[in-house]
Design a protein around this ligand. Structure first.
Ligand code: MG
Length: 250
């Protein structure tokens, strides 16, 4: 069942979303050659707690940190640790904050130092996948329209759309119904109604869409073909007046 949020609940989510997006902005500003992903995690945890939020990822099914930090060919769910960012890396940073009982979830991918042009293109196109998908979050549209938007933008460039990981509903729980594939046919699936809230998160690669689970930490997920992967995410609400991105910053 897709839970719809009341205007008051959306208000609470919007406040929480400001913390989430401000945290990501702070992290992006701290990305530099030589910093470890663990240091970024500490910065995020302090930031979220200082703003009266709770880092939702920490302890989620045993996840040991407050953010996911996933460099290069790692798609998502990287555990922050001793990895030091290097010139030419890209890193997906994913943050979930619980505030006034509701979760907002957002991610960005940041280039470290100088990256090649095809990497810049991948980041641009993945951002465009997210913005075009968010545009579809309108009452009267259907769930398949969201995935279709992502797939159309990515595949027009010859990029891969990760299929085994999905966008999702979000609210009192981080993962609510529905699961939203980041590919699909337009005009299919449930109709979107005001008050629904989705965490839309395209994961796009310079290669194919097959994934490989890490065999050592049980969390991190890589591209099977070793291609670079980018990941952006916003929490987006359906309103009477079109899409409302709750994690767009103040
Ligand atoms: Mg998510």
């Amino acid at each position: 069942m897709i839970v719809r949020k009341s205007p008051d609940e959306l208000e609470a989510m919007e406040e929480g979303g400001r913390i989430t997006s401000a945290c990501l902005k702070m992290l992006s500003e701290n990305v530099r050659v030589g910093i470890t992903t663990r240091e970024l995690d500490r910065l995020a945890e302090e930031f979220i707690q200082d703003h009266d939020g709770k880092p939702e990822f920490k302890g989620y099914q045993g996840f040991p940190a407050s953010i996911c930090a996933s460099p290069n060919t790692m798609i998502v769910h990287g555990i922050p640790g001793t990895y030091r960012l290097r010139d030419g890396d890209i890193i997906s940073l994913d943050v979930g904050v619980r505030y006034r009982g509701f979760v907002t979830d957002a991610a960005t991918t940041v280039a470290v130092g100088e990256v090649p042009e095809d990497t810049v293109d991948l980041l641009d196109v993945t951002r465009k996948c997210l913005s075009e998908a968010a545009e579809q979050v309108r009452a009267g549209n259907r769930l398949g329209d969201i995935g279709h938007a992502i797939q159309s933008v990515a595949e027009a460039q010859g990029y891969g759309v990760i299929r085994d990981l999905v966008s999702h509903g979000v609210g009192r729980s981080m993962h609510e119904d529905p699961q939203i594939p980041n590919f699909g046919r337009p005009g299919t699936g449930p109709f979107l109604l005001a008050g629904m809230v989705f965490a839309i998160e395209p994961m796009i690669t310079l290669g194919g869409y097959e994934i490989e689970m890490s065999s050592w930490d049980g969390w991190s997920i890589f591209t099977a073909d070793g291609s670079l992967s980018a990941h952006y995410e916003h929490t987006v609400a359906v309103t009477e007046n079109g899409p409302r991105i709750l994690t767009n910053g103040a």
